[in-house]
Design a protein around this ligand. Structure first.
Ligand code: TNX
Length: 523
């Protein structure tokens, strides 16, 4: 080779190398942890400028012999296996390993709330430490979100699987961050409910409230009153075949949720919204005549007969059976829109039901109207529309769960072109549902009065899981962040960029989401 030729070859090589280098600069820098889009936004993130790479030999070590910690380790392994194609063996260890992923219940001095966690990533080792298994589980969701979005795909992908090094310290602002699914207006299978549990827990929500009964359908088996489901569960809005959960299926949902540190809150709405029960048992009506099944969408026409003893026997049986299947602390008694119940009947009714719920070892949750009655200090009123009701609850020493219909009702249309949903409260675009502070929304209700936030999805117009996803996403991650991240640390302009980055994650998770033009989605 002549000198000239050699020079030429070197020049070409150098140019190619430079191009490769340039090109790789366009790829996202994997070594800045503080630039990762984590939703909800953690309390603090610091970057140390390097990165760790997951390999086919990477193991997940769990400290000690705790079965529960091991379960969290296995859950993480299950999330990471499909896209990487790696095994991620889960093994117990007595002390921190040199390399890999390490889940430990010791060594955290983050603020002592149950769900707090800390992640430390060095070039060789990712350590997730938490006060409780719940905290480890929340931390696992963060680990998923600091890996490339394609980690959520179910088919094997090309790596590299890099995680930027640094430290994350995190804990929630509110202890209750939830969603509600109305399975009464339209019935959804246990598979659909489990999918909702998976998706809300990805954003660190910890409660799923199931609206199990309404005028259009009774959706949970009650062994002592079998016609509730045999007849009352046999249809839905529009006249479809409806459905219900057997007690075994309900328990299966509860367990699935528990494994994801999500607590199920069962709701039996009363004394209104009870047509399905009134159609199933004639004696629950004051006139002793069974009602016809109802498949429309009107509200406020039905009421249990508050003056009959059998009504309270019925409620006692229902609360007893459901409470026995429910490990969570709350039983939701509804209490909304009882327009067919006289106020003088409504007030003592709610008080009696409150006593029944307490007798079965649960705390009362109810829509804000329940504050017309005398509430116990550990009862919770769910604010949805009436500020006066909610402040009355607080005046009685009760706490409030924030679900303002104008912000958090995810059955509201995004705008007037949205094909699904209602708009009686508002059209709620993604910015609008994010831009509010639970503690300054209602004068007289401040942070210490509030247990948290919940995003309800009513299902008058929602008939399947794709439609559920379209209404929940992308607003639900914003409500999750409102509950988790302290208000001074939040702003729409900063959040919308993180949300935009979650577009690829939601797609990888197979979520059918609304592509709001207010979010700068990254194609
Ligand atoms: C009001 S919110 C209701 C529900 C409807 C919902 C529709 C509440 C406590 N009651 O019965 O499904 O509006 O958005």
């Amino acid at each position: 080779m002549t000198i000239k030729k050699l020079n030429y070859t070197i020049t070409v090589l150098v140019t190619v190398l430079m191009l490769v280098q340039l090109n790789s600069c366009k790829v996202k820098d994997p070594s800045d942890l503080s630039k990762e889009s984590i939703i909800p936004k953690p309390v603090s993130v610091t970057s140390t400028g390097e990165y760790l790479t997951l390999k086919s030999t990477t193991k997940i070590f769990v400290q000690g012999e705790s079965e529960e910690v091991k379960m969290v380790g296995l859950y993480l392994a299950d999330r990471l296996k499909p896209a990487t194609g790696y095994e991620f063996a889960v093994e117990s260890a007595d002390m921190a390993p040199k390399a890999g992923i390490y889940l430990t219940l010791t060594g955290t001095d983050t603020k002592s709330v149950d769900e707090s966690y800390e992640i430390t990533i060095t070039k060789k080792l990712l350590t997730l430490s938490a006060k409780s298994p719940a905290g480890l589980f929340r931390g696992v969701q963060t680990i998923r979100q600091i890996l490339p979005a394609k980690i959520e795909l179910t088919a094997k992908q090309e790596g590299p699987w890099e995680i930027a090094t640094g430290t994350i310290t995190d804990f929630p602002d509110y202890s209750y961050r939830g969603a509600m699914l109305d399975v009464s207006r339209h019935f959804f299978s246990t598979t659909d409910v489990k999918r909702v549990v998976d998706l809300i827990s990805y954003y660190k929500m910890n409660y799923l409230h199931l609206h199990l009964s309404d005028d259009q359908g009774w959706r949970i088996e009650i062994k002592s009153w079998p016609n509730l489901t045999a007849h009352g569960g046999s249809t839905q809005v529009g006249g479809g075949k409806g459905g219900f959960y057997t007690q075994e299926e309900y328990s299966d949902i509860v367990k699935y949720a528990q494994e994801r540190y999500v607590t199920i809150v069962p709701e039996i709405d009363m004394p209104g919204h009870t047509n399905a029960a009134l159609a199933s048992y004639a004696e629950l009506n004051c006139d002793g005549k069974a009602r016809e099944l109802y498949t429309g969408t009107e509200v406020g026409f039905s009421t249990l007969c508050t003056s009959k003893d059998v009504t309270y026997k019925f409620i006692d049986d229902v609360v007893r059976e459901i409470s026995a299947l429910t490990p969570g602390e709350y039983f939701h008694i509804g209490g909304d829109e009882s327009h067919a119940t006289k106020k003088e009947d409504y007030i003592p009714f709610i008080e009696k039901v409150q006593d029944i719920v307490i007798a079965h070892g649960k705390k009362v949750l109810g829509w804000d109207e329940i504050s017309l009655s005398k509430l116990k200090a550990n009862s919770v009123a769910q604010f949805w529309a009436n500020a006066e009701n909610a402040t009355r609850a607080v005046g009685q020493g009760a706490k409030v769960l924030m679900s303002p219909a104008t912000k958090a009702y995810l059955d509201m249309q995004y705008d007037k072109n949205t094909k699904l949903g209602l708009h009686w409260a508002a059209y709620i675009e993604v910015d609008n549902s994010y831009n509010w502070d639970p503690a300054s929304l209602v004068p007289g209700i401040s942070k210490e009065n509030i247990i948290g936030v919940e995003a309800p999805l009513w299902s008058e117009t929602i008939t399947n899981i794709d439609e559920i996803e379209y209404m929940l996403f992308p607003r639900l991650p914003g409500i999750a962040e409102i509950g988790w991240t302290a208000t001074p640390a939040r702003s729409w302009d900063e959040y919308k960029v993180r949300l935009a980055n979650h577009g690829a994650r939601m797609s990888a998770l197979g979520i059918d989401f609304y592509k709001s033009t207010l979010v700068p989605w990254i194609e």
